[in-house]
Design a protein around this ligand. Structure first.
Ligand SMILES: [Zn+2]
Length: 450
């Protein structure tokens, strides 16, 4: 891939763009957006190359804030079909326990490729399965992200509460607290970049209240504070989890989170389906954000996140495709449509528009990731962009190009830019042989499911 971040580039005369005052496009230089070109104007700078965006709808790069890349290896597994979260997990844990380094590499690369081709420029991942031999799972993911040029927020996940101790996962896929904390510190020290423009960031992510001890939750919060990184976990996903917390911890999931020192501005939570209205302002006051996973919540019949009520209370809400065993795909643009449909169905016409759904996947997701340099097309922001063409059957005859992306079901970006560099061109990822990647990935999946 030829990096082209030095000279200025005018992304000229887009068919439509999700930004005010940029009717004639934007100027990108040194990885940032340096100028919005309004109607009837030319860029102020004279030395620039031009990209004709006349056939493109330009969005801020979409941001995925919850995923488990390795789960692309267990899509539509017969034993897990038609099950709710707890039995679904119990069917899959023994399969995931057979992960290998090659399987982590193939699944991470494939999931990221899938995301990039759907318009994603920054993705989180929550990797919490470290069976014997896969202790360097995060290192493998970092290497894959660097090869692809995608911006990532990789979370060092963990599980240390197995069936033996009253948890849900089998003994073979949990690690002990000291191992988890030491490796968390190691990967943050080795890979985490702070500040504007960071390509690789790390966060700490115990899996859930039913697979992690209270001691590990607290120690992780202390470590995140000391290392100045974000914290992530699943919370309030199902009624089963509410019952588990009431029975084991004698409180609701959010009370438990607070008790562990996690109700914090460092935290973003996956799902947040089963919070009650009294809990919304507590999340808002703490600055804790929520990732809405519309597809996953529908597949597992977990319930519907109260996105509008959360936002009205002041909670930032982003989107996540969630692990591919519960979605079962990693297409972020399709997730935008799914969130739009689900939330409009819940709240009605006046409350949810296609622009809201696009905002959740950009500004909202940026807040989840704790970033102020991405998620918006504005001067000074990172040049992270997703460009879609409308020359497919599904768009034919469409009126409003931005609305068409969501309503007609856009699913494949034509071009994607991260930090001023094209990582997707003409619907392809330069340097990646997708057919070969699929062969490698399918072989790893077969091996795992055998
Ligand atoms: Zn998840």
């Amino acid at each position: 891939m030829a990096p082209d971040t030095q000279s200025a580039l005018w992304i000229k005369d887009p068919l439509a763009i999700l930004a005010d005052g940029a009717e004639r496009g934007i100027l990108v230089e040194d990885g940032r957006i340096v100028e919005l070109v309004g109607s009837g104007r030319e860029p102020r700078t004279s030395a620039f190359k031009t990209f004709d965006a006349g056939a493109h709808v330009v969005l801020p790069g979409l941001i995925n804030t919850h995923h488990h890349f390795y789960q692309t290896l267990t899509r539509a597994v017969p034993a897990a079909l038609d099950r709710e979260l707890f039995p679904w997990l119990q069917a899959l844990y023994p399969v995931w326990a057979r992960l290998t380094p090659e399987a982590v590499d193939a699944s991470s690369t494939l999931a990221m490729a899938e995301l990039m081709l759907s318009g994603c420029t920054l993705t989180a991942d929550h990797h919490y399965v470290f069976p014997k031999g896969v202790e360097d799972g995060i290192d493998i993911q970092v290497a894959a992200a660097k090869r692809l040029g995608l911006r990532v927020l990789l979370t060092r996940g963990s599980m240390n509460l197995s069936q033996r101790d009253g948890g849900l996962p089998p003994d073979s896929i949990v690690q002990d607290e000291d191992t988890i904390l030491a490796d968390s510190e190691r990967v943050v020290a080795r890979y985490h970049q702070a500040g504007d423009g960071a390509m690789i960031q790390l966060a700490l992510a115990p899996c859930s209240p039913f697979s992690v001890t209270t001691s590990l939750m607290r120690a992780t919060a202390d470590l995140a504070e000391r290392l100045d990184v974000r914290m992530h976990t699943h919370l309030a996903e199902t009624e089963d989890e509410n019952r588990y917390c009431l029975e084991i911890h004698r409180c609701r999931p959010l009370d438990y989170l607070e008790e562990c020192g996690w109700l914090s501005g460092r935290t973003w939570l996956a799902h947040g389906v089963h919070f009650n209205t009294a809990e919304f302002p507590r999340l808002a006051r703490a600055g804790t954000a929520v990732t809405h996973c519309a597809c996953s919540n529908q597949v597992l019949a977990s319930g519907t996140c109260s996105v509008c009520a959360l936002e009205e209370a002041g909670v930032a809400v982003g989107l996540g495709v969630d692990g591919s065993a519960s979605n079962d795909c990693s297409n972020l643009m399709q997730e935008v449509r799914s969130a739009f449909l689900l939330q409009r169905g819940r709240y009605g016409i006046g409350k949810v528009s296609h622009r809201d759904a696009l905002r959740w996947a950009t500004k909202g997701s940026a807040a989840c990731a704790g970033r102020t340099d991405v998620g918006e097309i504005a001067i000074g922001m990172q040049a992270d962009l997703a460009l879609f063409r409308l020359d497919e059957l599904r768009f034919s005859g469409a009126g409003d190009p931005l609305a068409a992306l969501v309503l007609c079901g856009a699913h494949r970006a034509d071009r994607v830019m991260v930090s001023g560099r094209w990582i997707v061109e003409n619907g392809q990822i330069p340097g990646v042989d997708l057919a070969d990647l699929m062969r490698r990935h399918a072989a790893a999946a077969r091996k795992l499911q055998e």
